[in-house]
Design a protein around this ligand. Sequence first.
Ligand code: ADP
Length: 324
Amino acid sequence: MSEIKKIALLTSGGDSPGMNCAIRAVVRTCISEGIEAVGIKKGYKGLLAEQLFDMDAASVGNILQRGGTILQSSRCKEFHQKETRKKAADILKKNKIDCLVVIGGDGSFNGAHLLSTENNIPVMGIPGTIDNDISGTEYTIGFDTAVSTAIDAVDKIRDTAASHDRTFLVEVMGRNSSSIAIKVAICTGAETVILAGKDVDYDDLVETIQRGQKRGKNSSIIIVAEGQTSGRSYEIQQKLNEFKIKSRVCILGHTQRGGSPMSLDRYVSSIMGHQAVIGALKGKINHVTVVRDGKVKLSPLEKCLTKTDQLREDNIILAKTLAI
Ligand code: ADP
């Protein structure tokens, strides 16, 4: 028999489409396993404010198709302090929470890891971020939906670009990660992609645009990973002006965060939510649900604490090869 009788859950950091499916799966698995589920509003901030409430099967009805997170999310600076995490642990203990499920990105996992190791609080992580940039997992909830949203936008931009012989710089999300940019570039036939954290090779960029124009292309789409600062595309636009190449900028921004989750996000998050609870009940605490070799598995939390840019060289080459 498991010692876990009550599981609390929260969403933290940037929201992503599919978080609601994970919430539903956690709550309904708890109920089917005969244990209590407790929701915490607004991430670590809500935990510190003791915004805990009981969740039943009906409380997660009709949310699979909704973007964002019904629990809401937050960023909580104070959680970086040890004494604040002790306060959070005391609140969890007072409310007889046996395990805390954290749905979020690597930042949220770092907070959960410290909360757990310093105060002996069992935690489980579910990776939720559109950036697909958490170490230890091939997939994070929300990535597929964000990519699909960006593809839809680029297809529309292509229509107008082609009608006017235009070059467009389309900026997609990804501070440290080029995952969205590369996948969107492949799926939209973008002429080239500019990666996060990399200097732009203008000779190569100009050559690519001019080569396309010479062979009769009536539009050029350049996908730009936003990198550290959103709006990077405007700098690139100015530089292209110096080469006498006129371009338009479109920054997709937060449109990529929202919206109804696509099937992959609904499916993976449902499995992850279920496995997080089952794993905890089997004693595999302080683990994260990850995707490896296409399957959802459990991985120790300390292996999932860093950001990683899943820069797949084969995908970069594919994007270039197919865009000639
Ligand atoms: P994400 O989880 O999407 O990566 P953030 O990096 O903003 O988002 O982290 C979300 C929250 O997790 C932060 O506001 C903070 O409360 C907590 N957190 C992040 N990093 C740490 C850390 N190193 N130590 C303690 N708490 C952290």
